[in-house]
Design a protein around this ligand. Structure first.
Ligand code: PLP
Length: 340
């Protein structure tokens, strides 16, 4: 065996009419004009993207994020952003520090690269938190911190932006803030990355930009860090992907209206589930963490054609993506049935 065997990510199929509330995707495709620009670039896929095409995409994201284009590096989805950072850190930092519950790919990828993973205990509440003293203590000791803010699967901000900047100032190693759900939350460390070279913001276009199937992410970091990231992956995004970035980030009306829809539906879903007696935690994302009186609610709902996600916290819990109104209605009907 030339590599250590690894468990594959459980990618699944869905029957016709399934209600997909398991992967925190956007329930609506990108607008027509984005698809048209992508189709135009599809006709030129015999050519690698030119510098202009890449720079226009980076410029659009830089403007959307309020940073300089030199501070932006594109990645093949958030996952490749995580993998690239881990690969660059390897050898310099022999361990990563993560919240006890976090995006599963982060510790998985670290272990795949032979990097040790240290988990920081979390604190349950209406808004989940993290043991800040432990986190700061470990940060001072060394290692690369990967913290998702807002956190998956709890939906809360584990630390305020001010505390994240303080964490970067006290840490001996890099502090990667996984801001996959930034667009729903609006808070970011991006504007502090220029002055804090060990602070990195990692983003994805899979959620609020409705591009999960395109596999596009980006990283915001101090210029020399961003340049190094670009150096190891000169062509991380396809021509159609670059066109989609330019249009969607250049004029983010789609993102704003989706984020507005999600906020309204999240409130409605939360209220309705709470009325059913379920414990629903606060969220600043496009998903809700829910505790139920039944074991493995995700399995019970699946039998009714509703797909939600299991969480490693408790077997009575589920993570529910906020979908389109009709998806959320279907979930509520199924829950009413299941809970009697
Ligand atoms: C916290 C977090 N980070 C990163 C990702 C990766 O997103 P993608 O690889 O689709 O860009 C996800 C996806 O669910 C996520 O929840």
């Amino acid at each position: 065996m030339i590599v250590d065997p690894l468990e594959e990510y459980p990618i699944r199929d869905y029957p016709q009419g399934a209600v997909r509330l398991d992967l925190n995707e956007s329930p609506i495709p990108p607008p027509r004009r984005v698809l048209e620009e992508m189709a135009r670039e599809l006709e030129r896929v015999n050519r690698y993207p030119e510098a202009r095409l890449i720079l226009e995409a980076r410029r659009a994201l830089a403007e959307y994020s309020g940073v300089d284009p030199g501070m932006v590096a594109l990645t093949g989805g958030g996952d490749y952003g995580i993998l690239t950072l881990l690969a660059l850190f390897k050898g310099r930092w022999d361990r990563i520090i993560v919240p006890a519950y976090t995006y599963s790919m982060t510790p998985h990828l670290a272990r795949a690269l032979g990097i040790r993973v240290e988990s920081i205990p979390m604190v349950e509440g209406e808004w989940w938190g993290i043991d800040e003293d432990r986190l700061f203590e470990e940060a001072r000791r060394g290692g690369a911190i990967f913290i998702d803010v807002p956190n998956n699967p709890t939906g809360s901000r584990l630390l305020s932006t001010r505390r994240l900047v303080e964490l970067a100032e006290e840490a001996r190693g890099p502090v990667v803030v996984d801001e996959a759900y930034y667009d729903f939350d609006g808070e970011s460390v991006a504007s502090y990355t220029g002055s804090h070279p060990n602070l990195v913001s990692l983003r994805t276009m899979s959620k609020a930009f409705s591009l999960a199937g395109m596999r596009i992410g980006y990283i915001i970091a101090e210029e020399s860090v961003a340049r190094t990231l670009r150096a190891v992956a000169p062509f991380p995004v396809s021509r159609p992907g670059l066109a989609a970035i330019k249009v969607l980030a250049g004029d983010p009306v789609h993102v704003r209206s989706l984020v507005g829809m999600v906020a309204g539906e999240r409130r409605r879903l939360k209220d309705a589930m709470q009325e059913m007696g379920l414990r629903v935690y606060n969220s600043r994302t496009n998903f809700l963490l829910v505790d139920t009186p039944i074991e493995r609610p995700y399995r019970v709902l699946e039998e009714l054609g509703i797909y939600v996600k299991r969480t490693p916290i408790r077997e009575t819990m589920m993570r529910v993506t906020v979908g389109a109104p009709q998806d959320n209605d279907a979930l509520l009907r199924a829950l009413a049935k299941v809970l009697g």
